[in-house]
Design a protein around this ligand. Structure first.
Ligand code: FAD
Length: 401
């Protein structure tokens, strides 16, 4: 089959690497670089990113890692250990230890909540915030988790998604960091696609996608190629605007917004290779230090720290000021004065954290000739790039039917 893919983000490249083994694949990318929101930007000796925090939510065993392996990519992903620590009362605590920070009554309630979450004995129709709100500290911790992992407030996160995320966590484990960061993954996907004789055309802006009963066309006015299948890696909204197909029907995807700050620092604010959740900060949800896994991600002798916050209010400048003030407090508590803010990025509208926040994703299948992949069509419980991988898995399953 001849397959045309619109967009060379992680979703488009992953689909391309898997499908180019047995099909003729052509990928069209608007920008001069590939990888979309999952690649590196070299700056002052650091490997910053176009989006992601160099983290793969279920590490070396999750959906993405499995599909990368299936595609033939050689990538080493180091699993985080511990997955996460929690900054409470100016100290870093393990997950188990946080139960000792509350009174006996809340401790019993909290342990019961954790057990119910593990066995799935929870009302699926409430939000995660409603599930946690009986214990204020649990709600703060929940908010820092959903803010970091989904760029959502706990009250905007459906319990059904959390239950599936918990199931995946118990099955695959927590996050990991690939050597080379995001670009380490993207470079391997490109290598595999090229080895399979797939084509990647950059600087190619797709303005129109036409699907008829027999074929699919990309920019039909200038491009004579005919495709048996077309896969769009663009948002459902943009895909609908560019194509002759109705994509958004009864369910409307709601993007998730966020702010990211990259920091260079000689001292070690974070010793471990997982996430430091910050439930007591006003805005920031957590931070990590990817250079603890791959020192080449930072300037020699320095650390790269990445901070993430859900964007709560519309005034971006105010939100950034609050994020910077949280950062100031956190470094101050640790007596670190010498750090450099390398990059501040805000994500919303057509470049959000996710094109569909968890629970608002669409189905990846438009019809038997037209599919979507990416973070607007994540599979259920798919955190970020794990959801992108699930979208690819779901689309390919239909294509191969
Ligand atoms: P994209 O990466 O957006 O790819 C779409 C591609 O299509 C782009 O290359 C774009 O240039 C191209 N394109 C657009 N329009 C056209 C056109 N008209 N013609 C041709 N090409 C076009 N996920 C994680 O798992 N771990 C993290 O640590 C993490 N942290 C994040 C932090 C932030 C601040 C952000 C913003 C995101 C984060 N994510 C994280 C989410 C993750 O980065 C995204 O979910 C993922 O990269 C989305 O991939 P995609 O392929 O769906 O889309």
């Amino acid at each position: 089959m001849k397959i045309g893919i619109v967009g060379a983000g992680l979703g488009g490249l992953l689909a391309g690497a898997l499908l180019s083994k047995e099909n003729e694949v052509v990928i069209y990318e608007k920008l001069p670089i590939v990888g979309g929101r999952f690649t590196n930007i070299g700056y002052k000796g650091y490997q910053l990113t176009t989006g992601a925090l160099h983290m793969i939510p279920h590490g070396a065993n999750g959906y993405l890692a499995q599909l990368l392996k299936k595609a033939g990519c050689n990538i080493y992903i180091e699993n985080s250990n511990p997955d996460g620590l929690f900054r409470i009362n100016k100290k870093n605590h393990t997950y188990k230890n946080i139960f000792n920070l509350v009174g006996l009554k809340d401790k019993i309630k909290g342990l019961k909540m954790a057990a119910n979450l593990k066995i799935g004995n929870v009302d699926k129709n409430i939000s995660f915030g409603e599930f946690l709100e009986d214990i204020p500290l649990a709600l703060d911790i929940g908010n820092s988790f959903t803010g970091w992992a989904l760029s959502l407030n706990a009250y905007d996160t459906p319990m059904e998604e959390i239950l599936k995320i918990a199931q995946n966590y118990y099955k695959f484990g927590g996050p990991g960091i690939p050597i080379g960061g995001c670009k380490g993954v993207i470079d391997e996907l490109v290598r595999v696609i090229k080895n399979n004789n797939g084509k990647i055309i950059t600087n190619y802006n797709v303005k129109r996608i036409e699907i008829d009963d027999n074929k699919g066309y990309i920019n039909p006015e200038e491009n004579e190629e005919e495709f048996d299948i077309i896969i769009s890696n663009l948002s459902p909204k943009l895909t609908e605007n560019l194509s002759n197909m109705k994509i958004i029907k009864e369910k409307v995807p709601i993007p998730s917004k966020g702010i990211k700050v990259s920091i260079g620092c000689r001292e070690k604010l974070i010793e471990h290779n997982g996430v430091l959740f910050t439930p007591e900060s006003e805005r920031i949800n957590g931070l990590n230090c990817p250079s603890n896994v791959d020192k080449n991600l930072a300037k020699e002798g320095y650390n790269l720290i990445m901070v993430h916050a859900t964007q709560i209010k519309d005034n971006v400048k105010n939100e950034i000021d609050r994020v910077l003030s949280d950062i100031d407090n956190l470094f101050g508590e640790n007596n670190i004065k010498d750090y450099e803010i390398l990059h501040i990025q805000s994500y919303r509208d057509e470049i959000p954290v996710n094109h569909a926040s968890n629970g608002t994703d669409l189905n990846p299948v438009v019809n038997n000739r037209f599919y979507l992949v990416g973070d607007g069509v994540k599979g259920k419980g798919g955190i970020e790039v794990e959801g992108v991988a699930l979208s690819v898995l779901n689309a390919i399953e239909y294509i191969n039917k």
